[in-house]
Ligand binder design. Structure first.
Ligand code: AKB
Length: 313
């Protein structure tokens, strides 16, 4: 990767990924793009262009202008928002992906886009979900993710585009809040613990979901994109995870720092339904074997860091 263009660069992953890639590859080599500009570091610390991912012509023009050799396509609606606006989600998630893949094909560029644990469904094995298994998701987001994985593999087989992807679990970070996801509770809980000493969870007690701390997610993207292609038996997309917990377990970990922390529940049937259709825990062996994936943060280490960083914000 030498000249990297990122879509959705001001989103939850994009805003931190842009800064990390600028650190590794050089500020001017990483072109951040998003549908609108703000005053965040990702937007102002280096090249920035306005790109609506449903506009393939502009995307290609920007890629050509900056001579991009890598396209990292992050712009997408998350699960709960997609479920509330399924037609819009299809158009944005699939239209944006198609434009980004076409841009990569025209530019002969490497390509990354995230998939998700949302690509699995209720008939998928729930525990230690294998890399290669049943995909019958029951959400629009999941349908988009499965179609996106297949489309990315198609661009590799048909056109030789070097497409790679990760099935991310819930990603937790203190920098940019997520929006419209099912796993967002695991970010909100830390903010509310610091601010109010309590949190009301929309996800029910006993609901296990995979999670990962953002630094591990960013390392995984870089490592996968730098991996020797001859070692990749899979491409779109690899299971990756760092931990699996339910709300009581994250609350117990927070109480080791804030003993009076209280957790209540007001379950949202829509997001609970989505969570219930996803695995309890996924198996990341293929990622470990094919390109050396390893997560550094477990629940304890992540909680210490999250609470400290939010306090000092
Ligand atoms: C969401 O909850 O929608 C995302 C995801 C797991 O893909 N965080």
């Amino acid at each position: 990767m030498k000249r990297i263009m990122i879509t959705g660069a001001l989103g939850q992953i994009g805003s931190e990924l842009t800064l990390k890639l600028r650190e590794i590859y050089g500020t001017d080599e990483v072109i951040a793009t998003d549908i609108r500009k703000n005053d965040s570091e990702a937007a102002i610390s280096g090249p920035f262009e306005m790109v609506d991912v449903t506009d393939g012509k502009t995307m290609l023009e920007v890629a050509k202008k900056h001579n991009a050799d890598t396209i990292i396509h992050m712009a997408a609606l998350l699960s709960a928002t997609a479920e509330a606006n399924p037609v819009f989600a299809w158009n944005l998630n699939m239209g944006g992906l198609m434009n980004a893949l076409e841009t990569a094909r025209e530019m002969d560029a490497k390509f990354f886009t995230p998939s998700s644990i949302g690509a699995f469904g209720p008939s998928t094995p729930k525990d230690l979900t294998p890399q290669d298994t049943i995909h019958r998701p029951t959400t629009m987001y999941g349908v988009n993710k499965v179609a996106g994985e297949l489309l990315s593999d198609y661009y590799h087989h048909k056109f030789g585009v070097d497409t790679r992807g990760l099935r991310f679990p819930g990603l937790i970070s203190y920098a940019t809040p997520p929006g419209g996801g099912t796993t967002d509770y695991a970010v909100e809980i830390y903010y509310e613990a610091i601010k109010n000493g309590n949190y009301t969870s929309y996800i029910d007690k006993g609901t296990y979901l995979d999670m990962m701390y953002m630094p591990d997610a960013l390392n995984a993207i870089v490592q996968l994109m730098e991996a020797d292609p001859r070692k990749l038996l899979h491409r779109n997309s690899f299971n990756v995870t760092a931990m699996s917990f339910e709300p009581e377990e994250i609350a117990a970990e927070i109480r080791t720092h804030i003993p009076a922390f209280e957790l209540q529940y007001n379950v949202d049937p829509i997001r609970q339904g989505i969570a219930d259709s996803w695995p309890n825990s996924i198996d990341a062996t293929a990622a470990m074997e094919e390109w050396g994936f390893k997560a550094d943060y477990d629940l304890g280490k992540m909680t210490t860091d999250m609470l400290e960083k939010i306090k000092n914000k």
